[in-house]
Design a protein around this ligand. Structure first.
Ligand code: SF4
Ligand code: SF4
Length: 165
């Protein structure tokens, strides 16, 4: 009796193995092939819009990690702040997105990319121009519906599998 049960288990296992042998692979050959990530990914370093930023420091006060440091000077004639330094220590950042949600001027975005390995700790501290958007540093749609609408739809391995059948 026990022998029969054991044999059935082996047969079922082999059937599963054979079924998978006949299926086409669903894996993605990264980095040559890539899937589209979520449009609201909290990826990469923060993206800063220097022109929109007023230096109000709401983002820095919101950050639970104390990752953001802002230095401003007062422009008395124009009755506003000049942002001298906007620095984010992404080594401490936990990519929670609270600073992006808190910014009242839509001047801060999470990044859309996710490859952010660095060789040195110091390279994780990013300031001013290094935080601006570029072709490699696109903003994510996280908490920014207008950005989200313009990004490509997320693709999943499941969709890829369905397309091959
Ligand atoms: S994403 Fe979170 S941890 Fe990172 S800087 Fe913003 S508030 Fe701080
Ligand atoms: S909350 Fe927004 S506007 Fe205020 S300092 Fe931060 S990025 Fe600039």
């Amino acid at each position: 009796m026990k022998f029969e049960r054991y044999g059935i288990g082996i047969a079922k296992g082999l059937a599963v193995t054979i079924r998978h042998l006949l299926r086409r692979p669903v894996t993605t050959q990264y980095p040559e092939q890539r899937l589209n990530t979520s449009r609201r990914i909290r990826g990469n370093e923060l993206i800063w819009d220097k022109d929109k930023c007023t230096g109000c420091a709401t983002c820095a006060k919101t950050c639970p990690q104390g990752s953001i440091e802002i230095v401003t000077s007062v422009m008395i004639d124009e009755n506003k702040y000049q942002v001298e330094k906007f620095e984010v220590d992404t080594g401490y950042c936990i990519f929670c997105g609270l600073c992006v949600e808190a910014c009242p001027y839509d001047a801060l975005f999470m990044g859309y990319a996710y490859e952010r390995a660095k060789y040195r700790r110091g390279e994780l501290v990013m300031a001013n121009e290094a935080l601006l958007a570029s072709a490699e540093r696109r903003p994510s749609g996280y908490a920014r519906p207008q950005v989200e609408a313009a990004l490509p739809k997320q693709s999943l391995l499941l969709d890829k599998d369905r397309g091959k059948r």
